[in-house]
Design a protein around this ligand. Structure first.
Ligand SMILES: [Zn+2]
Length: 303
Protein backbone atom coordinates (compact mmCIF):
# COMPACT_ATOMS: atom_id res chain seq x y z
CA UNK A 1 0.00 0.00 0.00
CA UNK A 2 1.27 3.49 -0.78
CA UNK A 3 1.83 5.85 2.11
CA UNK A 4 -0.74 8.61 2.44
CA UNK A 5 0.43 11.84 0.81
CA UNK A 6 1.77 14.64 2.99
CA UNK A 7 -0.25 17.81 3.43
CA UNK A 8 1.70 21.05 3.58
CA UNK A 9 1.14 24.58 4.75
CA UNK A 10 2.45 27.45 2.60
CA UNK A 11 6.27 27.09 2.34
CA UNK A 12 6.64 30.89 2.43
CA UNK A 13 4.19 32.17 5.08
CA UNK A 14 3.17 28.85 6.78
CA UNK A 15 -0.56 29.55 6.50
CA UNK A 16 -2.94 26.85 5.29
CA UNK A 17 -5.52 28.95 3.48
CA UNK A 18 -5.05 27.98 -0.19
CA UNK A 19 -7.04 27.36 -3.36
CA UNK A 20 -6.55 24.82 -6.14
CA UNK A 21 -4.91 26.46 -9.16
CA UNK A 22 -4.04 23.59 -11.52
CA UNK A 23 -4.30 19.85 -11.54
CA UNK A 24 -1.99 17.77 -13.76
CA UNK A 25 -2.28 14.02 -13.20
CA UNK A 26 -1.48 13.42 -9.53
CA UNK A 27 -0.01 16.88 -9.11
CA UNK A 28 -2.20 19.51 -7.43
CA UNK A 29 -0.92 23.08 -7.49
CA UNK A 30 -2.46 25.49 -5.00
CA UNK A 31 -2.12 29.23 -4.48
CA UNK A 32 -1.68 30.61 -0.98
CA UNK A 33 -4.56 32.95 -0.17
CA UNK A 34 -2.26 35.06 1.92
CA UNK A 35 1.09 35.55 0.14
CA UNK A 36 0.28 34.22 -3.36
CA UNK A 37 2.89 31.43 -3.30
CA UNK A 38 2.14 28.54 -5.66
CA UNK A 39 3.01 25.09 -4.33
CA UNK A 40 2.19 21.40 -4.71
CA UNK A 41 -0.18 20.10 -2.06
CA UNK A 42 -0.44 17.32 -1.01
CA UNK A 43 2.83 15.65 -2.06
CA UNK A 44 4.01 12.01 -2.19
CA UNK A 45 6.12 10.81 0.76
CA UNK A 46 9.11 9.92 -1.47
CA UNK A 47 9.30 13.54 -2.71
CA UNK A 48 9.21 14.95 0.81
CA UNK A 49 11.99 12.68 2.10
CA UNK A 50 14.49 12.98 -0.76
CA UNK A 51 14.27 9.20 -1.21
CA UNK A 52 13.14 9.81 -4.80
CA UNK A 53 16.43 11.49 -5.68
CA UNK A 54 18.61 8.79 -4.24
CA UNK A 55 16.70 6.28 -6.38
CA UNK A 56 16.77 8.53 -9.47
CA UNK A 57 20.45 9.29 -8.93
CA UNK A 58 21.95 6.59 -11.04
CA UNK A 59 19.79 6.51 -14.12
CA UNK A 60 19.23 10.21 -14.76
CA UNK A 61 21.95 12.23 -13.02
CA UNK A 62 24.62 9.86 -14.27
CA UNK A 63 23.31 9.23 -17.77
CA UNK A 64 26.08 10.09 -20.28
CA UNK A 65 23.81 12.72 -21.87
CA UNK A 66 23.20 14.51 -18.56
CA UNK A 67 26.86 14.40 -17.50
CA UNK A 68 28.08 15.63 -20.86
CA UNK A 69 25.57 18.49 -20.76
CA UNK A 70 26.43 19.41 -17.16
CA UNK A 71 30.17 19.34 -17.62
CA UNK A 72 30.17 21.39 -20.85
CA UNK A 73 31.71 24.86 -20.43
CA UNK A 74 28.50 26.64 -21.45
CA UNK A 75 26.19 24.84 -18.99
CA UNK A 76 26.87 27.06 -15.96
CA UNK A 77 28.32 30.07 -17.77
CA UNK A 78 25.61 32.50 -16.61
CA UNK A 79 25.77 31.28 -13.02
CA UNK A 80 29.58 31.40 -13.03
CA UNK A 81 29.64 34.96 -14.39
CA UNK A 82 27.15 36.14 -11.79
CA UNK A 83 28.92 34.29 -9.02
CA UNK A 84 32.36 35.63 -9.92
CA UNK A 85 31.07 39.20 -10.03
CA UNK A 86 29.78 39.04 -6.45
CA UNK A 87 32.24 36.57 -4.94
CA UNK A 88 35.75 36.92 -6.42
CA UNK A 89 37.31 34.53 -3.86
CA UNK A 90 36.63 32.52 -0.72
CA UNK A 91 34.95 29.36 0.52
CA UNK A 92 31.95 28.09 -1.42
CA UNK A 93 29.39 25.44 -0.50
CA UNK A 94 27.17 24.17 -3.33
CA UNK A 95 24.02 22.63 -1.84
CA UNK A 96 22.38 20.05 -4.11
CA UNK A 97 25.61 19.91 -6.11
CA UNK A 98 24.65 16.70 -7.98
CA UNK A 99 27.65 15.61 -10.11
CA UNK A 100 29.62 18.70 -9.04
CA UNK A 101 29.76 20.49 -12.40
CA UNK A 102 29.36 24.06 -11.06
CA UNK A 103 32.17 23.70 -8.52
CA UNK A 104 34.32 21.91 -11.09
CA UNK A 105 33.99 24.88 -13.49
CA UNK A 106 34.71 27.40 -10.75
CA UNK A 107 37.89 25.59 -9.75
CA UNK A 108 38.93 25.07 -13.37
CA UNK A 109 38.70 28.78 -14.20
CA UNK A 110 40.19 30.16 -10.96
CA UNK A 111 42.05 27.36 -9.17
CA UNK A 112 43.66 29.61 -6.56
CA UNK A 113 40.65 31.70 -5.65
CA UNK A 114 38.13 29.27 -4.19
CA UNK A 115 37.86 26.58 -1.57
CA UNK A 116 35.03 24.38 -2.82
CA UNK A 117 32.70 21.89 -1.16
CA UNK A 118 29.57 20.18 -2.49
CA UNK A 119 26.73 18.40 -0.74
CA UNK A 120 23.78 16.35 -1.95
CA UNK A 121 21.36 13.70 -0.79
CA UNK A 122 21.90 11.57 -3.90
CA UNK A 123 24.91 9.21 -3.55
CA UNK A 124 25.94 8.12 -7.08
CA UNK A 125 26.36 11.64 -8.56
CA UNK A 126 28.62 12.48 -5.59
CA UNK A 127 30.89 9.56 -6.48
CA UNK A 128 31.21 11.12 -9.89
CA UNK A 129 31.87 14.59 -8.41
CA UNK A 130 34.69 13.14 -6.31
CA UNK A 131 36.17 11.38 -9.33
CA UNK A 132 36.43 14.86 -10.93
CA UNK A 133 38.23 16.27 -7.89
CA UNK A 134 35.24 17.97 -6.24
CA UNK A 135 35.20 17.37 -2.46
CA UNK A 136 31.75 16.46 -1.09
CA UNK A 137 29.77 15.88 2.09
CA UNK A 138 27.08 13.20 1.83
CA UNK A 139 23.55 13.10 3.17
CA UNK A 140 20.77 15.37 4.36
CA UNK A 141 21.91 19.01 4.40
CA UNK A 142 19.78 19.75 7.47
CA UNK A 143 21.61 17.07 9.47
CA UNK A 144 25.20 18.13 8.59
CA UNK A 145 27.35 20.27 10.89
CA UNK A 146 30.27 20.75 8.41
CA UNK A 147 32.69 20.50 11.33
CA UNK A 148 31.94 24.05 12.43
CA UNK A 149 33.12 25.45 9.09
CA UNK A 150 31.50 28.62 7.73
CA UNK A 151 31.43 29.86 4.15
CA UNK A 152 31.73 33.09 2.16
CA UNK A 153 29.07 31.89 -0.27
CA UNK A 154 26.42 29.19 -0.53
CA UNK A 155 24.80 28.30 -3.84
CA UNK A 156 21.42 26.63 -4.40
CA UNK A 157 21.13 26.19 -8.18
CA UNK A 158 17.69 24.77 -9.04
CA UNK A 159 17.35 23.10 -5.65
CA UNK A 160 14.71 24.71 -3.44
CA UNK A 161 11.87 24.12 -5.91
CA UNK A 162 12.40 20.41 -5.10
CA UNK A 163 12.16 20.75 -1.31
CA UNK A 164 9.18 20.10 0.94
CA UNK A 165 10.60 22.57 3.49
CA UNK A 166 12.66 25.12 1.55
CA UNK A 167 12.65 27.60 4.43
CA UNK A 168 14.58 25.22 6.71
CA UNK A 169 17.28 24.89 4.03
CA UNK A 170 17.59 28.65 3.72
CA UNK A 171 17.77 29.04 7.50
CA UNK A 172 20.45 26.38 7.62
CA UNK A 173 22.37 28.16 4.84
CA UNK A 174 22.12 31.34 6.94
CA UNK A 175 23.77 29.66 9.95
CA UNK A 176 26.61 28.33 7.74
CA UNK A 177 27.47 31.70 6.19
CA UNK A 178 30.12 34.04 7.53
CA UNK A 179 28.90 37.54 8.50
CA UNK A 180 27.88 39.33 5.29
CA UNK A 181 28.14 36.04 3.35
CA UNK A 182 26.18 35.57 0.12
CA UNK A 183 23.52 33.07 -0.83
CA UNK A 184 22.84 32.50 -4.56
CA UNK A 185 19.41 31.01 -5.28
CA UNK A 186 18.18 30.00 -8.74
CA UNK A 187 14.64 28.69 -9.26
CA UNK A 188 12.29 28.32 -12.25
CA UNK A 189 10.31 31.53 -12.75
CA UNK A 190 6.57 30.97 -12.44
CA UNK A 191 6.01 34.24 -14.33
CA UNK A 192 8.11 33.11 -17.32
CA UNK A 193 6.91 33.32 -20.90
CA UNK A 194 6.93 29.50 -20.99
CA UNK A 195 4.52 29.23 -18.03
CA UNK A 196 2.31 31.99 -19.43
CA UNK A 197 2.11 30.29 -22.83
CA UNK A 198 1.89 26.67 -21.73
CA UNK A 199 0.35 26.71 -18.26
CA UNK A 200 0.21 23.20 -16.80
CA UNK A 201 1.40 21.75 -20.12
CA UNK A 202 4.92 23.04 -19.38
CA UNK A 203 7.21 20.08 -18.62
CA UNK A 204 8.58 21.75 -15.50
CA UNK A 205 5.14 21.69 -13.93
CA UNK A 206 5.69 18.14 -12.69
CA UNK A 207 5.91 16.02 -9.56
CA UNK A 208 9.58 16.77 -8.82
CA UNK A 209 8.84 20.46 -8.41
CA UNK A 210 7.09 21.13 -5.12
CA UNK A 211 7.44 24.93 -5.09
CA UNK A 212 6.69 27.40 -7.92
CA UNK A 213 8.43 30.68 -7.10
CA UNK A 214 8.32 34.13 -8.60
CA UNK A 215 10.90 36.84 -7.85
CA UNK A 216 8.45 38.18 -5.24
CA UNK A 217 7.82 34.92 -3.38
CA UNK A 218 11.52 33.97 -3.51
CA UNK A 219 12.42 37.31 -1.96
CA UNK A 220 9.65 36.87 0.62
CA UNK A 221 10.81 33.43 1.77
CA UNK A 222 14.37 34.75 2.29
CA UNK A 223 13.47 38.15 3.72
CA UNK A 224 13.57 37.27 7.44
CA UNK A 225 17.21 36.11 7.19
CA UNK A 226 18.61 37.83 4.11
CA UNK A 227 18.62 41.15 2.31
CA UNK A 228 18.36 41.13 -1.48
CA UNK A 229 21.50 42.25 -3.32
CA UNK A 230 20.36 41.70 -6.94
CA UNK A 231 17.62 39.93 -8.89
CA UNK A 232 18.20 38.53 -12.39
CA UNK A 233 16.15 36.63 -14.92
CA UNK A 234 18.10 34.04 -16.94
CA UNK A 235 17.76 31.36 -19.63
CA UNK A 236 15.21 30.82 -22.33
CA UNK A 237 14.57 27.56 -24.16
CA UNK A 238 12.37 27.97 -27.23
CA UNK A 239 12.78 24.26 -28.09
CA UNK A 240 11.11 23.25 -24.84
CA UNK A 241 8.23 25.67 -25.46
CA UNK A 242 7.80 24.34 -29.00
CA UNK A 243 7.93 20.68 -27.93
CA UNK A 244 5.54 21.15 -25.00
CA UNK A 245 3.16 23.17 -27.12
CA UNK A 246 2.99 20.33 -29.64
CA UNK A 247 3.11 17.57 -27.03
CA UNK A 248 0.13 19.01 -25.17
CA UNK A 249 1.47 18.26 -21.69
CA UNK A 250 2.54 14.63 -22.13
CA UNK A 251 5.13 13.38 -19.68
CA UNK A 252 8.76 13.92 -20.71
CA UNK A 253 11.08 11.16 -19.52
CA UNK A 254 14.32 11.88 -17.67
CA UNK A 255 16.35 10.46 -20.56
CA UNK A 256 14.56 12.82 -22.97
CA UNK A 257 15.38 15.74 -20.66
CA UNK A 258 19.03 14.69 -20.59
CA UNK A 259 19.16 14.24 -24.36
CA UNK A 260 17.64 17.69 -24.97
CA UNK A 261 20.08 19.31 -22.54
CA UNK A 262 22.96 17.67 -24.39
CA UNK A 263 21.63 18.75 -27.80
CA UNK A 264 21.04 22.34 -26.70
CA UNK A 265 24.52 22.48 -25.17
CA UNK A 266 26.10 21.07 -28.35
CA UNK A 267 24.25 23.64 -30.46
CA UNK A 268 25.50 26.48 -28.27
CA UNK A 269 29.07 25.42 -29.08
CA UNK A 270 28.75 25.38 -32.89
CA UNK A 271 30.56 28.36 -34.48
CA UNK A 272 28.37 28.45 -37.62
CA UNK A 273 25.37 29.11 -35.39
CA UNK A 274 26.82 32.47 -34.33
CA UNK A 275 24.03 34.58 -35.96
CA UNK A 276 21.35 32.37 -34.36
CA UNK A 277 23.14 32.69 -31.03
CA UNK A 278 23.13 36.46 -31.40
CA UNK A 279 19.41 36.51 -32.05
CA UNK A 280 18.86 34.09 -29.20
CA UNK A 281 20.92 36.24 -26.83
CA UNK A 282 18.88 39.29 -27.80
CA UNK A 283 15.62 37.43 -27.16
CA UNK A 284 16.85 36.19 -23.78
CA UNK A 285 17.89 39.74 -22.82
CA UNK A 286 14.52 41.16 -23.84
CA UNK A 287 12.62 38.50 -21.90
CA UNK A 288 14.89 39.09 -18.90
CA UNK A 289 14.11 42.81 -18.98
CA UNK A 290 10.43 42.03 -18.60
CA UNK A 291 10.97 39.27 -16.02
CA UNK A 292 9.82 36.60 -18.49
CA UNK A 293 12.93 34.38 -18.72
CA UNK A 294 12.81 30.74 -17.60
CA UNK A 295 14.65 31.17 -14.30
CA UNK A 296 14.99 33.78 -11.60
CA UNK A 297 18.26 34.17 -9.68
CA UNK A 298 18.46 36.22 -6.51
CA UNK A 299 21.68 37.05 -4.71
CA UNK A 300 21.03 37.43 -0.99
CA UNK A 301 23.28 38.76 1.77
CA UNK A 302 23.15 37.37 5.29
CA UNK A 303 21.55 39.87 7.67
ZN1 LIG B 1 1.73 31.94 1.86
Amino acid sequence: MRDAPIHRTCPVCARSDSQLLWQKGELHLVRCGDCGMIYANPIPVAMASGEFYDAAGTDYYLSPAKLEGDYADVRFEREIRLFRKHCPRGSVLDVGCSSGAFLFQLKKHWPGDYEILGTDVSGPPLDYAESRGVPVVRGDFLEQDFGGQTFNAITLWAVIEHLAEPKRFLEKAHTLLKPGGLCFVLVPNFKSLAVRLLGARYRYVYEQHLNYFTAQTLTAICAPKFETVETHFKHFNPVVIWQDWRGGGREVSNSERGELLKQTTALKQKPWLQPVKLLYGLTEKTLATFGLADNVVVIFRKR
